[in-house]
Design a protein around this ligand. Structure first.
Ligand SMILES: [Zn+2]
Length: 308
């Protein structure tokens, strides 16, 4: 059922677990993640980036998400990921998204505060919640990129949240967007995370946290993918981050990798197949498998709970 993002995340904040945010940009990916949520009775957040909206069209994506939520018993929210264009933010609010992200993290503190505040007043008028970002998450994701990671300052975070009135905060504690995240050992700054959680007392969001599961990478490579040097955030680090206050974790890269592996396998092993359903069906199943792993890791399995 269609549910407010805020409601889902407040529960996660109180219960100390994290909700899976899955980026969608077509029917199969959406169905794949929703199937995972149903299998595990977990609430999920479907998210569309500006890149996804450019690719598929906002009306199509919104209708896909709405249809999924009508047919499903688990709480499903619809979120705009990395909103930077005020027109797209406005359209998302008008169309009935349950939350929007304003990403002005590349701006100076004052300007980020100003822009976020503007979006908060716009969204709250329609009972829609707002995710904002402070600090810089590294890497490249769709239309968003940053060279360096600038860790979120806990005192600044407190000031930012008080001034803007945002509902959830994306923090930079060492994660990075994309599949080519890191060189060497990955270590997230749990000390910073704990301090932020203590000071802001809001649901916190982790971006750039894909796991890049090696089984999926191996499968894709077996059938021809060139993915040299990919590396994700280890499950142990994700678990610690959830324990220390993360309540929403964005996953996009892992879904892309699963989809890629599924399609490559069919093309390689069944060259006579040319029915799109037979090519995309297994990729959809691969998405479900990866999404289930993420939901279990985040601790939101079985949290769909009754009618709430
Ligand atoms: Zn992100």
């Amino acid at each position: 059922m269609f549910t407010a993002t805020k409601k889902i995340l407040q529960k996660a904040h109180q219960g100390n677990y994290a909700i899976a945010h899955f980026n969608i940009n077509n029917l199969e990916i959406m169905q794949g993640v929703v199937q995972a949520a149903e299998n595990l009775k977990a609430p999920i957040i479907l998210a569309t980036s500006e890149g996804a909206i450019k690719y598929a069209g906002i009306n199509f994506l919104k209708d896909l998400a709405y249809t999924a939520s009508e047919l499903s018993k688990v709480p499903i929210a619809l979120h705009l990921d990395h909103g930077q264009d005020i027109e797209i933010i406005r359209r998302s609010i008008r169309l009935g998204y349950s939350s929007v992200m304003i990403d002005a993290s590349h701006e100076k503190f004052q300007r980020n505060t100003q822009l976020t505040k503007r979006v908060v007043s716009l969204a709250h008028r329609h009972n829609i919640s707002v995710e904002a970002e402070l600090g810089t998450i590294g890497g490249v994701e769709d239309l968003v990129s940053a060279k360096n990671i600038i860790y979120t300052d806990p005192d600044k975070a407190k000031e930012f949240v008080e001034k803007t009135g945002c509902d959830f905060l994306a923090v930079a504690i060492g994660t990075s967007h994309g599949a080519y995240k890191f060189h060497g050992e990955v270590k997230l700054r749990m000390d910073i995370l704990k301090e932020i959680k203590r000071k802001v007392k809001l649901p916190l969001v982790l971006h750039g946290a894909s796991g890049v599961p090696s089984a999926v990478v191996k499968q894709a490579e077996k059938y021809g993918a060139k993915l040299h040097g990919v590396q994700g955030v280890p499950d142990t680090q994700i678990k610690l981050a959830v324990k220390n206050g993360i309540n929403k974790i964005n996953t996009d890269t892992d879904l892309r990798l699963a989809f890629d592996a599924g399609i490559r396998e069919i093309i390689e092993t069944k060259p006579a197949v040319f029915d799109p359903r037979k090519m995309l069906g297994p990729a959809r199943d691969a998405i479900t498998k990866v999404a289930e792993q993420r939901i279990k890791l985040f601790g939101s399995k079985g949290k769909a709970g009754g009618s709430r």
